[in-house]
Design a protein around this ligand. Sequence first.
Ligand SMILES: *Cc1c(COP(=O)(O)O)cnc(C)c1O
Length: 374
Amino acid sequence: MIEYSKVEVQVDLGAVRHNYREMTKAGTRLIAVVKSDAYGHGAREVAEALEEEGADSFAVGYVHEGHMLRESGCRGRIISLLGPADNDDVSCLSQGNIIPFVGHFDTLHMLAGQSTRPLDIALKFDTGMSRLGFKRADLGNLLDFLHAHPQLRPVMVSSHLASSDEPDQDSLTHSQLAVFNEVVDTVRQAGFSVEANLSNSAAILGHQHCRCDSQRVGITLYGGNPFAGTSRAELGANIRPTMAVTAPVLHVHTLEKGQGISYGHTYVADHPITVAVVGAGYADCYSRGLSNAGFMNAAGVRVPIVGRICMQMACVDVSALAGQGVDLHVGDCVHLLGGEGPGRVDIHELASWWGTITYEVLCLLGMNRRVFAQ
Ligand SMILES: *Cc1c(COP(=O)(O)O)cnc(C)c1O
């Protein structure tokens, strides 16, 4: 969490709840992914709100995130998607009653060596992402190992889709599903009763055939439409924005014709403009890549960033406000994300100016001080 900034993140928990309810329409049990502090929205607050909506399962990244979530009072099932990375993580598992993803034999050995008490685990398979997980070819050895170590109890089989949000890569999703189904069948035939899950948000919306027993929902809870800008964009039409971000105006002045602004004078005014200096910069996780490329929302009007974004400041051309009869004053807040009016900054637009995806924008801006609305 950034302590020094004046940037404020407004999290709309009501919208998170709405998005959760939208995703329950898929009809399966949902695992709410609250890793990385709920994509910058605050894991504790989001989990609390979703528990009230009936959510009973949460997924975090590392085990210690799960431990913090448990300590904060979360009563639901907690799954650590990155499993135990070291011995500290292993000891946290049973303390926090956390179910780890396990995808490698060395992790299995570590768990078997440390725990004599029964431990629920989720078996993670690599069906095409080529990152983490057992391979289909590991199944024989894996099942032998599990039979020999009954204290490790596989309760879940999972895999992760690489391209479920890319309509032109459906064949990869289909092939991952085929491998996954085979793996799940084999594990069940070996006598283990497991809950299977494969889908992320995009698959929940666009690949009903991947439904299985439960589904892991992340970005759509946080206002991201995984299909934005694609032929399937309509599938995410009911998802509401959950985060708005503001920063204060520090100074307003005129930039005369021919005057350059900020480091390197990468913007030179070709006519006189009014500039507002805003208290948000790259140290507040407002990317320098937005220099001369992004926009803010000042009093409902879209205003372009002029010149380079600095460590704790950015400049915008607010000349358009005069035409709307709006006066911008020092201390007024402008929106880096969200806000009202035609200037509203949509998360997908901001991500595209930024040259990245909604996930990264939410995680980064979400590092600033948060306030919550129910
Ligand atoms: C982050 C994550 C998800 C959630 O994905 P979204 O695209 O945000 O819905 C699901 N499963 C795993 C394993 C993840 O790491």
